[in-house]
Design a protein around this ligand. Structure first.
Ligand code: UGA
Length: 441
């Protein structure tokens, strides 16, 4: 079986590589020549654990190739499906800009020569597959040819840092189709991934498009809800860690995604929550729950800073803060909408000095923060002469540091734990002041 994947960003590259891994012949296409040249040399544009090895292995086996020439890949080389996985950057009004998706659809229409299922993989608003169909139809009409094709929507549910595992062993695969022929192709394509008994769920196209947004919006809702509960726990003298365990053991609630923290970030939740609110309001409906989810999340990004401000009685000028973790979550270098940026900028505004360390995101962080902060060689170096430690991203290597060394390196023993990974009682015994989220201070 042969497929094309257009767009070698995060989604496209993971999708193409994982399909190749199970023996499908995949060509990944991108207009960026440098990117394609690099990929041919095994140099990846993103960091994702395990992906580089997988790209190299499948390229060597000649199941995975890279090209800038969409026309010749699509024209008569036996592709059964073409995935569109190009970017949908927010346009001026915040809604997803479909110009790249539709440009690819047009190119496919211009060059296809036999039946093809054109699959949207990028996260796109409800109704996009229909626009893709229209664009292809127009191109075929302009060529004066009548080649059968189908569109399908196949949203991705990959988590950065665990994308390969998520793709190879999915909880579920959702596919929106409008014909039996397309369903057959998609079934054949995904058969190798269904070994664990997880379902391949077929539905109509708008429902598949909506599923993607509803899933992310639900997860974001869980997080904002828990952040709200955490803040209330603090006021009422309750401990959210206990409350979390207490409610999470109810299978209807579940124990995942109920960890309070400093707000969700990344390229997906913030964008998708906003997009769903917008889609609704454009269609005359107010998503009141999601509006609050967003509002709570914005407020939560300042929670750690507010605790710092209160501890130092508002006098942060000249104080030094060690920041552990910069990326929006562990195992990624992604800094998009990272809460660390909000916290650091607020500290800098107050005249504080920031020394940060992140295992992989420091280069990305430099794009956003430049040299306004200092970057440590490791987590301990970042602590030298610090007045406080801020745990911002819960990388595994930050979980059990040697607190005797930590205490020796710091000027003052204060820990602000934005992810509740430390034991406050233990730290207090060691002479630290400890602040968590939703726990007794
Ligand atoms: C998210 C979804 O989890 C994926 O299923 C989806 O495919 C993806 O978006 C997407 O739409 O592409 P991702 O953004 O990689 O994946 O990251 P998550 O692991 O979901 O974390 C998102 C944010 O929520 C992070 O800032 C994390 O720190 C925060 N979070 C997560 C919490 O604050 N508490 C939790 O309990 C869980």
């Amino acid at each position: 079986m042969r497929i094309a994947v257009v767009g070698t960003g995060y989604v496209g590259l993971v999708t193409g590589t994982c399909f190749a891994e199970v023996g499908i012949d995949v060509t990944c296409i991108d207009i960026d020549e440098k990117k394609i040249e690099n990929l041919k040399q095994g140099v990846l544009p993103i960091y994702e654990p395990g992906l580089e090895e997988m790209v190299t292995r499948n390229a060597q086996k000649e199941r995975l190739s890279f090209s800038t020439d969409l026309a010749s890949v699509i024209r008569g080389c036996g592709c059964e499906a073409a995935f569109i996985a190009v970017g949908t950057p927010p346009g001026e009004d915040g809604s997803a800009d479909l110009k790249y998706v539709l440009a690819v659809a047009r190119q496919i229409g211009r060059h296809m020569s036999e039946y093809l299922v054109v699959v949207t993989k990028s996260t796109v608003p409800v109704g996009t597959a229909q626009k893709v169909r229209q664009a292809i139809e127009e191109e075929l009409e302009a060529r004066g040819v009548d080649i059968p094709f189908d569109v399908a929507s196949n949203p991705e549910f990959l988590k950065e840092g665990a994308a390969i595992e998520d793709f190879l062993k999915p909880d579920r695969i959702v596919v929106g189709v409008a014909s039996e022929r397309a369903e057959k192709v998609m079934k054949k394509l995904y058969k190798p991934f269904l070994m664990n008994g997880h379902p391949l769920i077929f539905m109509d196209i708008p429902s598949a498009e909506m599923t993607k947004y509803a899933a992310n919006a639900m997860l974001a809702t869980k997080i904002s809800f828990m952040n709200d509960i955490a803040n209330l726990c603090e006021i009422m003298g309750a401990d959210v860690n206990m409350v979390r365990k207490g409610i999470g053991s109810d299978a209807r609630i579940g124990n995942k995604f109920i960890y309070p923290g400093i707000g969700y970030g990344g390229s997906c939740f913030p964008k998708d929550v906003k997009a769903l609110i917008r889609t609704a309001s454009e269609n005359g409906y107010q998503m009141r729950v999601l509006q609050s989810v967003e509002e709570v999340n914005e407020r939560q990004k300042s929670v750690l800073y507010n605790k710092i401000h209160a501890h130092f009685s508002g006098d942060l000028s000249g104080k030094t803060f060690a920041v552990w973790g910069l990326s929006f979550k562990p195992k990624t270098d992604d800094m998009r909408e990272a809460p660390s940026l909000v916290i650091i900028r607020k500290l800098l505004e107050q005249g504080a000095r920031v020394k940060a360390y992140d295992p992989v995101a420091m280069e990305e962080a430099r794009h956003a923060l430049g040299e306004a902060i200092e970057y440590g060689k490791d987590e301990y170096e970042a602590l030298i002469d610090a007045d406080a430690l801020l745990l911002v991203t819960e990388w595994p290597e930050f979980r059990s540091p040697n607190f005797n060394v930590v205490a020796r390196l710091m000027r003052d023993r204060v820990v602000f734990d934005g992810r509740n990974i430390y034991d406050g009682t233990e730290l207090r015994e060691k002479g630290f002041a400890y602040y968590g989220i939703g726990v007794k201070q």
